[in-house]
Design a protein around this ligand. Structure first.
Ligand code: IGP
Length: 265
């Protein structure tokens, strides 16, 4: 099989880790913000994790000069429940400084989005002020994933464990049930994105896990569709980054006209 973009990203990550140094811990301890709790707020319809992302390998640069701080502040004032910050530099043009800036500007849980393959990245995430980290099943052997999950918990971080297909989900659940499971509608190997990926996997997600549908949410109908699958929250990047008025876009997507949550059977 030819090398996929995910393989390339993981190779670059390993190279970066060869010259890795940990940042100093934050001088002030920060309050604890729980991603899980933020997404399970009562009276909530579909929760929103709004993502700060400059570029992606499939789409290139979304906008020139995005201020992570301004973007996250706008998301927060529009009612986002949590912020995701893509910190990968090579493929997504992000940085840990983006997350540090966002931490200083919003009082919401922050998910650090990166390709985490080593415990040192967990420590780094805690030191820069993240509340949760992303762990990608397609990028990790099941035992390594479980070890990183436990390391995150031990360091006081939550972990969103991301799967993309039935096989990844089955092998994950064979080992343990994470508290927060993300279904990525985008195949990280082909970039093909389809919300039916969430629909197909939702019935097999344990009911006690928080279910987040990730990628490809652009229209109010998409939000409605995800609610009908029993999804708790959506992770939205591109649609908000590319919107002329992100606040309005959040209102259009998550505002009126969306029916109540349908529970998974
Ligand atoms: O921009 P979108 O299509 O709304 O997608 C956001 C988010 O789901 C996506 O950035 C993402 C989901 N899982 C990832 C893993 C690595 C990098 C990026 C991602």
């Amino acid at each position: 099989m030819p090398e996929s973009i995910l393989d390339q990203i993981l190779k670059t990550k390993k190279e970066e880790l060869a010259h890795f140094s940990l940042p100093e811990p934050m001088s002030q301890p920060k309050p604890h913000y729980s991603l899980k709790d933020a997404l399970l707020r009562p009276n909530h319809q579909l929760g929103l994790i709004a993502e700060v992302k400059h570029a992606s390998p499939s789409k290139g640069i979304f906008r020139t000069k995005i201020s992570a701080k301004k973007t996250a502040t706008r998301y927060a004032s529009a009612g986002a429940d949590a912020i995701s910050v893509l910190t990968d530099r090579n493929y997504f043009h992000g940085s840990i400084n983006d997350l540090i800036e966002v931490r200083q500007s919003v009082q919401l849980p922050i998910l650090r989005k990166d390709f985490i393959i080593d415990e040192r990245q967990i420590e780094e995430s805690a030191r820069i002020g993240a509340d949760a980290v992303l762990l990608i099943a397609a990028a990790l052997e099941p035992t390594a994933l479980h070890e990183l999950y436990l390391a995150a918990k031990a360091r006081g971080l939550e972990a969103l464990v991301e799967v993309h297909d039935a096989q990844e989900l089955a092998s994950l659940l064979n080992g343990f049930t994470p508290e927060i499971i993300g279904v990525n509608n985008r195949d990280l190997r082909t970039f093909h994105t389809n919300l039916h990926v969430t629909a197909a996997l939702a019935p097999n997600i344990p009911r006690n896990a928080v279910l987040i549908s990730e990628s490809g949410v652009h229209r109010p109908q998409d939000v409605q569709f995800l609610l009908e699958q029993g999804t708790h929250a959506a992770l939205v990047g591109e649609a908000l980054i590319c919107a002329a008025d992100p606040k309005q876009k959040i209102c259009d997507l998550f505002g009126k006209g969306v029916n109540a949550h349908v529970s998974r059977t």
